[in-house]
Write a protein that binds this ligand. Sequence first.
Ligand SMILES: Cc1cc2nc3c(=O)[nH]c(=O)nc-3n(C[C@H](O)[C@H](O)[C@H](O)COP(=O)(O)OP(=O)(O)OC[C@H]3O[C@@H](n4cnc5c(N)ncnc54)[C@H](O)[C@@H]3O)c2cc1C
Length: 406
Amino acid sequence: MNSRPMKSANQTYDLLICGAGVAGVAAALEAGRAGLRVGLVEKTILPGGLATSGLIYVYLPLCDGHGRQVQFGLAEELLHLSLKYGPGSVPDWRQGRDGKARYQARFSPASFVLALDEALEEAAVEPWYDTLACLPIMDGERIAGVEVETKHGRERLEAPCVLDATGDAELAHRAGAPCERGTNVMAIWALEVSLAAARRAVEEEDGSPLLRVFTGSWGRLPEDPEANEPWTGLDAQDVTRFVIEGRRVMRKHYAELHAQGGETAQQNLYPLMVPSQAQFRTTRRIVGQATMQTGDHTRVWEESVALVADWRQAGKVWEVPYGALVAQKVRGLLTAGRCMSSSGDAWHATRVIPAAVATGQAAGMAATLAVSQGCFPDEVQAEEIQRGLDAKGIPYRKSQVGLDAS
Ligand SMILES: Cc1cc2nc3c(=O)[nH]c(=O)nc-3n(C[C@H](O)[C@H](O)[C@H](O)COP(=O)(O)OP(=O)(O)OC[C@H]3O[C@@H](n4cnc5c(N)ncnc54)[C@H](O)[C@@H]3O)c2cc1C
C-alpha cells in the first residue's frame, strides 16, 4: 500500500505543472526522473488530456514521411507507452518512402491512461487530480505558485518554477503574460462499438479492429445563429454550445444509421463513450520570447530544443526555439504543448501529441536547470538544454538527423 502522507494545504514543490495533458506529463516525467519534486495539477481524474479524456487516439508521426525518424526521447517513449496495455503495435513504417506509411499509431485511450499512471508513479511525480488550477500567486513579476480548488476548498501550491500546460494558457493569461487567441472548427471524436468490427476481429483473430472511433470535424453549423463567429473555447457558453452541438450531430448520425437496420441497427452499432474534454484545437497560446510562424519549417534556430515532424506533409520538419516555451512579462513561467508560442501554420504543426510531448520534455529540462541553478527559466541558456538533450541522444537540429534547412 502507498504510504505517501495525506497532502495538506500550502505544499511546496520544485516544479508545479498545471495540466496533465501529454505536454504536462512529459515535463513531469523529465523533471521527476531528474530528481525534482513535481506537483501535477489536473482538473479531470486522468493523465493525457485530449489524448485520453478527449479520445484523440492517433499518435501522429515521429518520422518525416520518407523513412527517417526525426523525433526521439519521450516523444518515442510515450508512443510505445500508448500501446503497452494493448491493442496493437507500431506498424512497419520504414517503408514510408512513398510518403504514406509513417511512424505513428492508434491507441486505446484507457490503455494510455494506465501506462501514464505507471510512468508518473515510477518518476515519483505527485499528481493532484480533480483539482482546478485557479489563480496564479504573484510576487511582483514572478509567479510563485498557484491557488487551486480541491475537495478541501482553496489551497496554495507554491514552487519557484511553474509550467502552464493547460492547453489554453490559462495561468499565463491570468498572470498577465501576453497571449493570442485561436479559432476552432466543430469537432467530435467518440468511441463506438460495431458488429462489423467484432466480426473482423474474429476473422483476423486480432482484437485491434474493436477500437473504433466515430470522427466528425466541420465548420460552424448552418443553423447556428452566430454562424460567422468562430468557436473560441474560452468561455463557458462557447464550450457548452460546442459540446452539445457535437453530441447533437452524433445523435443524428446514429439515428439515421439505426433506421437503416441490418448491420447498422441499434444493437449492432452504437456509441460507447463520448469525450469528457471539449475537442478544441487552438484556443489561446502565449506570445513567448520567440514565436514560430508560418514558413518556419525552413528556419534554423540557434536555440532549438526540439524537432517536430509535420503530420500533414512528408519532408516537412520544424525546429522549436526555446523562447517559444518562455512567457513574456511573467518570470518563473514556462509553457509547453498546444499553448506554446506558435502561430499560423506553425501552430497546427506544434499542437499535436508528439510535438506536445517533445516541448514538454524540453520544458521539463529547462525547469530542472532553473531549479538547480536557482534562476528563472528565462535565464536558462538554450545551450544548456541542448547539452542535456545531447546526453540523452535526442536530436534538436534538422542537421542532426541528416536534413538540411529546407
Ligand atoms: C478534434 C481534434 C483532433 C485531433 N487529432 C489529433 C490527432 O489525430 N493526432 C494528434 O497527435 N493530435 C491530434 N489533435 C491534437 C492533440 O490531441 C492535442 O493538441 C494534444 O494532445 C495537446 O496536448 P496538451 O498536453 O498540450 O494539451 P491538452 O491535451 O489540452 O491538455 C491540457 C490539460 O490541462 C487540463 N487543464 C486545463 N485547464 C486546467 C486548469 N485550470 N486546472 C487544471 N487542469 C487544467 C486539461 O484537463 C487537460 O488535461 C487533435 C485535437 C482535436 C481537438
